[in-house]
Design a protein around this ligand. Structure first.
Ligand code: ADP
Ligand code: ZN
Length: 763
């Protein structure tokens, strides 16, 4: 039996420490156990990551002080995954361990909630027992006397003799069953004293019980039955099930156009896993933005679904996690981190909208849940399904190379036609009227038509606020954030200038700070401005705006969507919040304002992102009986990304974009590692990046493409200057090994931090 445990502690030191396992703990300490250990002069929490009988420091070792819980908190496979993440993403192992276990489970004092509950002493709670009480039952006498049983009226039961308050308490418990003391007080309207008296008489029991904090309490969903599948759905499901049946299941890319019924395929594939005695994990990009999707899983599978929602309280999260750990919940659904749910024997992992950048964590470890899902599938012999209407080029390439299987669904359910997309050239619109237009004539007419038909409209613009900059008409001064290299956005409602990078707020100046001229120009439009213009264009329409300014409150998203669903809103206007997953049959027109906005950013993925966004947004139209139409306004209408989205040509777009990426050796033809140096003093940041690069360059293999440090596209954010080194190579380790080496061998100035982003998605 092992005598030495390798432990990582809760502070980031990126190393393991050896501890002796005291004899009385040898049975209970396993890999994955959470332990208390003496560390310098204090006690720290940590995790056992390995067991051994030898240590180089054998004679100097301290002993483990104690172990938390009976079962190891981190199951073996998840621990393996943590190691893989730390290694691949170049992150400290402690960070990886922290990532795979929610803090609500990990932290001190995390436990089930215990409360005092009151229950009737056996026998009184159910009517069956009331009629046939055991003779020794103390409640025999509490039974309400039936006239025939008590013919002479002599045996007035204990119940009859109880004073009214106590009677009320018993009656409440009979009706509603065991409940907490506070609930009982509330329901019966009595104080604690009659309850106590009943307890003294032995008629009720008060005891401690574990209360599950159920995030879905009070939300009943109608159970749904599986649909009869369409031909393409059936064949996709067959591909997935066949993969699950294999000895070594693989990854299936499910490319299904919006409305092709991917979710139904996931649901039936999960059923297949459950029938085989296996569990499942479903990842969705942002759970608060996909309430409709989550509801569909809960209404099919009920309580065996655990939802890991970012707005859960710590207590709820703790309990949901344990419901999974003890096998009560067999399906875990949630955002990124739900991937680490301790589902035992998973048969299927679904990553919905697999192309979404939100699957990438933006702090160490900077992992991509889609890629780690494939790794978990590999480690646990479990099938992974990546679903999207616009799969990432990386996944497309993995199909081409034979690494993933492909299942395609190119038709909408019930053969509903894909919406017709029209692209309007806004340069021509401008020429017609001689000034920049917000709405083209086509779009305005389209909106009027739909409103007349009592149909609904979605308008999409990926910029919040009123106007994107405030400029002096005379000298050209633009209000910029003092801390970031971006202009401030004007918010009319709040009458403030806001920085969308750091959130800084400023008063709107009365005059130009440079030339003192009082005239300002408001350039570039945001959703707030659109709302105002809409108010003038169609004053009778009911418009709701959905962006992070209007969706501050917890339930506002659901509330607005409910209103839209029930027809209390005519036009839904919003940012990327409304691009995904929404399914409203009465929406027959989707308008996209300024579609080029996402094209003109310095990122090799700009085309791909624009194509994805347009396809997703367009997919919101025509999901019911009526045909849908999409009007896209753009200044560069002939751009390949816009044209490909218009003609629904995913393959064409990919082939073209892949050519461009191959020429420049960008992903998926290489892996990309981005090193970012940040600090408050620009020369110091630049100097540190240069010195790092000198060391790195000397040891990088020839197959790595690299160039000297450069200012990041966003050169300054939150007061910190940013310099970057970009590396590309077919093999990640050829970059991460040398990087680790340099990180360990040189010391950066105190004021400069360096982050390593493997497979970076944003530059
Ligand atoms: P996707 O996720 O691919 O955009 P959904 O799964 O949301 O598509 O399906 C679109 C709509 O079609 C949903 O309302 C869904 O309930 C319905 N649907 C899916 N499959 C079927 C089917 N086989 N028969 C009838 N309706 C279906
Ligand atoms: Zn700022």
């Amino acid at each position: 039996m092992a005598t030495i445990a390798k432990v990582v502690v809760e502070i980031s030191l990126d190393r393991e420490f050896d501890y002796r396992i005291p004899a009385h703990l040898r049975d209970s300490i396993k890999v994955g156990s959470q332990v208390n250990v003496p560390f310098q002069s204090r006690e720290l929490r940590g995790f056992v990551v390995g067991l051994s009988n030898f240590s180089a420091f054998a004679d100097k070792l301290k002993e483990i002080a104690g172990v938390v819980g009976e079962k190891p908190l981190i199951p073996d496979e998840i621990m393996k995954l943590a190691y893989w993440i730390a290694d691949y993403y170049c992150a400290p192992i402690e960070n990886a361990v922290r990532t795979v276990l929610p803090s609500a489970v990990r932290k001190r004092g995390a436990s089930h909630k215990k409360q005092l509950v009151v229950k009737l002493v056996d026998g009184a709670s159910s009517s069956v027992q009331e009629k046939q009480p055991a003779l020794t039952d103390p409640l025999l006498a509490m039974d309400e006397p039936t006239p025939s049983a008590q013919p002479n009226g002599a045996g007035c039961s204990v119940y009859e003799k109880l004073p009214p308050k106590q009677k009320l308490v018993v009656e409440t418990l009979r009706q509603h069953g065991t409940m907490t003391v506070s609930e009982l007080k509330e329901r019966s309207g009595c104080s604690e004293s009659p309850i106590k008296t009943l307890e003294k008489q032995g008629l009720v029991k008060i005891e401690e019980a574990t209360i599950l904090r159920d995030p879905h309490a009070g939300m009943e969903l109608l159970r749904t039955k599986p649909f009869e599948l369409m031909v393409e759905q059936k064949s996709a499901l067959d591909t997935i099930c066949a993969s699950m049946d294999k000895e070594k299941p693989g990854t299936v890319l499910l490319h299904g156009v919006t409305g092709s019924g991917k979710t139904e395929v996931y649901l039936q594939a999960i059923q297949y896993a459950l029938d085989r005695g296996q569990g499942a994990i479903v990842l969705v990009p942002e759970i608060s933005l996909t309430p409709q999707t989550v509801d569909r899983f809960r209404s099919r599978f009920g309580d065996c679904v655990a939802v890991l929602h970012s707005s859960l309280s710590d207590g709820e999260r703790h309990d949901e996690w344990h419901r999974i750990r003890n096998g009560e919940a067999r399906i875990a659904i949630g955002a990124r981190s739900a991937l680490f749910s301790p589902i035992e024997n998973p048969g299927l992992i679904v990553v919905d909208e697999e192309h979404e950048p939100t699957y990438k964590q933006d702090e160490a470890p900077r992992y991509n849940a889609r890629d780690v899902a494939v790794m978990r599938g590999h480690l646990q012999n479990c099938c992974v399904v990546l679903g999207s209407a616009t799969p990432a080029l990386e996944s497309f390439a993995n199909v081409k190379s034979g690494r993933y299987e492909l299942a395609e669904m190119l038709m909408r359910v019930d053969d509903r036609s894909m919406p017709l997309m029209r692209v309007v050239d806004m340069c021509i619109e401008k020429e017609k009227d001689g000034r920049p237009q917000i709405f083209s004539r086509e779009l305005v007419e389209g909106i009027y038509d739909r409103l007349n038909l009592n149909e609904q409209v979605i308008l999409f613009l990926n910029r919040r606020g009123f106007s994107s900059s405030l400029q002096c008409e005379k000298c050209g001064y633009v209000a910029e954030c003092a801390e970031c290299s971006v202009s401030m956005t004007y918010h009319k409602g709040a009458h403030k200038l806001l920085c969308h990078i750091c959130g800084a707020e400023e008063q709107v100046p009365a005059r130009c700070p440079d030339c003192k001229d009082p005239e300002f120009k408001y350039a570039g439009v945001g959703t707030e401005k659109i709302e105002e213009v809409l108010g003038k264009l169609c004053p009778n329409a009911r418009v709701a705006r959905m962006d992070s300014d209007t969706m501050r409150k917890k339930d506002s998203y659901r509330t607005v969507l409910d209103k839209f669903k029930t027809g209390k809103i005519d036009i839904l206007l919003g940012t990327q919040m409304i691009a995904k997953g929404l399914d409203f049959p009465n929406v027959t027109l989707v308008g996209v304002l300024n579609a080029d906005m996402s094209l003109h950013v310095p990122d090799f993925r700009a085309g791909e992102r624009t194509f994805q966004l347009l396809t997703q947004v367009a997919g919101r139209a025509g999901r019911g009986e009526k045909a849908g139409e999409v009007i896209v306004q753009a200044y560069t209408p002939h751009h390949p990304a816009i044209q490909a989205a218009r003609s629904l040509d995913y393959d064409g777009f990919c082939s073209q974009d892949l050519e461009f990426r191959r020429e420049l050796n960008y992903p998926p033809f290489s892996h990309l590692v981005l090193l970012t140096f940040k600090g408050g003093d620009e020369p110091e940041v630049m100097g540190a990046a240069d010195r790092f690069y000198e060391h790195l360059e000397a040891i990088l293999p020839a197959s790595v493409t690299h160039c000297p440090p450069m200012p990041a596209p966003l050169a300054r954010a939150k007061g910190l200057w940013r310099y970057q080194i970009m590396l590309r190579c077919e093999h990640t380790v050829k970059m991460t090994r040398p990087i680790r080496h340099v990180v360990q061998s040189i010391r950066l100035p105190k004021g400069v931090a360096c982050t390593v982003d493997v497979d970076a998605l944003s530059l």
